[in-house]
Design a protein around this ligand. Sequence first.
Ligand code: NAD
Length: 365
Amino acid sequence: MRYKVALLPGDGIGPEVTDAAVAIMEYLAEASQVTLEITSHPVGGSSIDAYGKPLTDETLQACYDAQAVLLGAIGGPKWEGLPHDQKPERALLGLREALGLYTNLRPAKVYPAMVAASTLKPECVSGTDLMVVRELTGGIYFGDPRGYDEERGWNTLVYTRPEVERIARAAFEQALKRRRHVTSVDKANVLESSQFWRDVVHEVHRDYPQVTLEDMYVDNAAMQLIRQPTRFDVILTQNMFGDILSDAASMVTGSLGMLPSASLGDQYALYEPVHGSAPDIAGQNVANPLAMMASVGMMFSTTFQLPEAERTLTEAIDATLAAGHRTADIAAPGTTPISTTEMRDRIMETLQEIMERQRTSAPIA
Ligand code: NAD
């Protein structure tokens, strides 16, 4: 198979983690007999510096032409003073809207080697493996009217039937590939829009009798995530609740530097780490590239339909961590951290070893 990938390294540590992840992506592609046509384009602050705006028509066109977009991170102090609609982060909203990326998948899985790194007790986080399915292009972040004056500030929370139906379907489809349980998170005891959300989710559920569905109020969900994260499989929720809950879920796993995400629409797909451009450590070759690499893993299983490649990469990441190789953000006290490029090399070596073992132990056809 042949695929086009648009690379948007962006700002801060974006280019560093992108370089490391691309090496892994090329290796995995070759091993899976996939041909990749990779092109790189400016986005965010680096695009403002070069072309005066965060998202150019050329970059957007390259994303339309590709089967997958891989984005590093956007933003930094250099561009903070710009007006809201000219900031680097506008590029993210622009891409989500233009590419119709209404499904945001944020898996939160604890690598066994990282159980002790969580701020929660090991026995509480061990075995956590959940997927937040967040609606990404609707809800209160997009509703009109909105505004503020001297006396009032206001936003509007609206969901339409097609918007809820398609995100509910995405969640049930995810559940079919996992442990077949969906928790739909809302605030139906207070918000009419949430009662509507709940009704539509239950209607869509009729098409998925193999999946169990439970409803949970968002305040209870926040509490349950910290109390017993292992009780969740798929969490389905609206834009703002998903924003908040997925950050909480990410800390259950120990580090922001390790979490990938996929944003999907009917035609396009964008993969990116959950973290930002980390200006405090940019340019020092110390950033953790594992979130970006895991995002590449999601690209293989989702866009290229090669889940085995993602499984092998996950195994390589866990084995590398278990061998004690850690970047500064996850290094145990008293140990010497490795650099971004060293982490890339350790992952590559482990990946090669695993693939070699798979080749030699594969039954001869
Ligand atoms: P951040 O995620 O960039 O950094 C938060 C902290 O985590 C920092 O101390 C940073 O050093 C650390 N960190 C993050 N990723 C790391 C990695 N891979 N390895 C090691 N340490 C890592 O969040 P922030 O500081 O709030 O935001 C910085 C800039 O990033 C802002 O301009 C913000 O708007 C932008 N941002 C962009 C995105 C995106 O591109 N999707 C997401 C969030 C924030």
